[in-house]
Design a protein around this ligand. Structure first.
Ligand SMILES: *Cc1c(COP(=O)(O)O)cnc(C)c1O
Length: 383
């Protein structure tokens, strides 16, 4: 077996601790869904799902059927909601794997009806209601037709209805989210007035789970928070403003690489493609075998830092496809194959996902989800 050039350490005790924290904040009768789409936001789906369930999550949320297949192969029999799109041809397979299916169009509903009747199975459906995000979701006439069809088909069970907020983590003003919540409640009343119980309505993502208990209904969908990350600075500020007890979220992911060469270059030397950096003093560089191929963003060029011996080493020149150069002139004794932290803590220093995201003009969600998808995830603090 070859040695990895980059690897991620995933602290399952951090995941469990974050899940316990959310569990303790929501009412007992409200279910807690661990959202593990996107390879558990880059952390590795199966181990995270198991840790979350151990710690008190009782539902799992994924985007696609292939993710559900993997959870079932891993022996997890818990309720799983497919939050995304199921191609019409795959609906039968989803039912056989006991999926809860999100219905956001009449076509999917018709496919569910056909598949349920052909397989002799019940289809547990969650209607995605359009409340203003204008992503997946239904309203108006289409929704009415869907309700009529469900009413007419005994194999279709309307278990849930949900929506997703467009503007809850990007602002400290939550009027738009409030409007969406109102719209959701109107649609839910309309559906219930037709005789449906809808036992599991849900709207809350992490930001809503932290800020607004009135969004909980009967299930809360926690993604980014279970990984120990705040959805945004705005969410953090809103939490402080509301005086809600601060949440002690623990980041679960550390991303590492190693030193592939140490070299001394003179004052006035250029570093990397485009000669975008020129040294202002005799400089010691460490060359790292990590680049944009590994999801280490090229926007970090001449901007980001890494941790070596517990100190910050600034990136010099451009991030290449497979290599990055950092300045270790002020860090004593750096040697070949010394461990380097790209994201996480080393000694007293931390580079968190929010910081990397700011340097790369993106959000922490994207940073962790794209952290070297092909690199091994090494589990620590497994039980
Ligand atoms: C990804 C996703 C979530 C989780 O959002 P976080 O902000 O990560 O908590 C919740 N609901 C839906 C529909 C999603 O797609």
């Amino acid at each position: 077996m070859t040695s990895p050039l980059s690897w991620l350490e995933i602290d399952l005790e951090a995941i469990r601790s974050n899940i316990r924290l959310f569990r303790s904040r929501i009412p007992h009768e409200t279910s807690l869904m661990a959202v593990v789409k996107g390879e558990a936001y880059g952390h590795g789906m199966e181990p995270v799902a198991k840790a979350a369930l151990e710690a008190g999550a009782d539902w799992l949320g994924v985007f696609s059927l292939d993710e559900l297949c993997r959870l079932r192969e891993a022996g997890l029999k818990h309720p799983v909601l497919l939050l995304g799109y199921v191609p019409v041809n795959d609906v039968a397979e989803a039912l056989r794997l006991d999926a809860r299916i999100t219905v956001s169009s009449l076509q999917t509903l018709e496919a569910a009806s056909k598949a349920a009747n052909e397989c002799g199975l019940e289809a547990r459906l969650h209607l995605k209601l359009e409340t203003g995000t204008h992503r997946l979701g239904m309203e108006g006439e289409e929704l009415q037709k869907v309700l009529v069809k469900i009413q007419a088909d005994d194999r279709l069970i309307l278990e849930g209805a949900h929506t997703h907020f467009a503007n809850i983590e990007d602002t400290t003003e939550h009027d738009y989210a409030g409007g969406q919540l109102e719209r959701f409640e109107q649609l839910l009343s309309m559906i219930r007035s037709k005789g449906f119980q809808v036992p599991k309505p849900h709207t809350a993502c992490t930001a809503a789970a932290i800020l607004f208990p009135k969004t909980y209904f009967k299930l809360v969908r926690v993604g980014i928070g279970q990984y120990g990350l705040w959805p945004s600075k705005e969410t953090y500020l809103s939490a402080i403003k509301k005086g809600s007890e601060s949440m002690d979220l623990k980041p679960a992911l550390t991303w590492k690489t190693m030193v592939a060469q140490v070299k001394d270059i003179p004052k006035g030397a250029y570093v990397g493609y485009g000669c975008t950096y020129r040294t202002t003093r005799p400089t010691r560089l460490a060359i790292l075998p990590i680049g944009y191929y590994n999801g280490y963003d090229r926007l970090l060029s001449n901007t980001g830092h890494v941790l070596v011996h517990g100190m910050r080493a600034p990136i010099r020149g451009r991030v290449c496809m497979n290599l990055t150069m950092v300045d270790v002139t002020d860090i004593d004794g750096v040697e070949l194959e010394d461990e380097v932290v790209l994201l996480g803590t080393q000694g007293e220093e931390t580079i968190d996902a929010q910081q990397l995201a700011a340097w790369a003009h993106t959000i922490n969600y994207e940073v962790v989800t794209r952290a070297d998808p092909r690199a091994p995830r090494i589990i620590i603090n497994d039980e």
